[in-house]
Design a protein around this ligand. Structure first.
Ligand SMILES: [Zn+2]
Length: 134
């Protein structure tokens, strides 16, 4: 499972709301404890696509975020992005672009009034939902 504290969850929610109508994205740094992944650093990145249907992270910001987490002794655990109008399920493109099976892919859906956050691991084009605890 992946563990996200309430403050970081709120940070992701605020970022996703601020970026509407476009998708918002970012990176998750933290550490592994046995089977669990604990998120300790959330990085809010710019969606250079400026699109409501897909996202690309700014490569320079990505590099800076990974550098920062390494300097803090953390590792890259995964990323997140929002779906302003669709459910919290990976799109075909999300699956196609998920090249690292070791990363956790968080998707925040703002489709309904109440936001829905889900996490997936994606391997060989197949997305498997994992448990997330806030
Ligand atoms: Zn998506």
């Amino acid at each position: 499972m992946i563990i996200l504290n309430r403050q970081d969850y709120q940070k992701i929610l605020n970022h996703a709301a601020a970026e509407l109508p476009n998708e918002a994205c970012g990176l998750l740094g933290g550490y592994e404890d046995g089977e669990n992944r604990i998120v300790t650093n959330v990085y809010l990145l710019r969606n250079v696509d400026e699109s409501a249907e897909h996202f690309s992270m700014d490569p320079k910001e990505q590099f800076e975020a990974v550098k920062d987490m390494r300097s803090k002794g953390r590792q890259l655990l995964g990323n997140f992005h929002s779906h302003p109008k669709t459910p919290a399920m990976p799109s075909k493109e999300d699956i196609r672009l998920a090249l690292d099976e070791n990363l956790s892919y968080l998707i925040l859906s703002l489709k309904e009034e109440k936001p829905v956050l889900k996490v997936f691991r994606i391997k060989n084009g197949v997305a498997e939902e994992k448990l997330i605890v806030i």
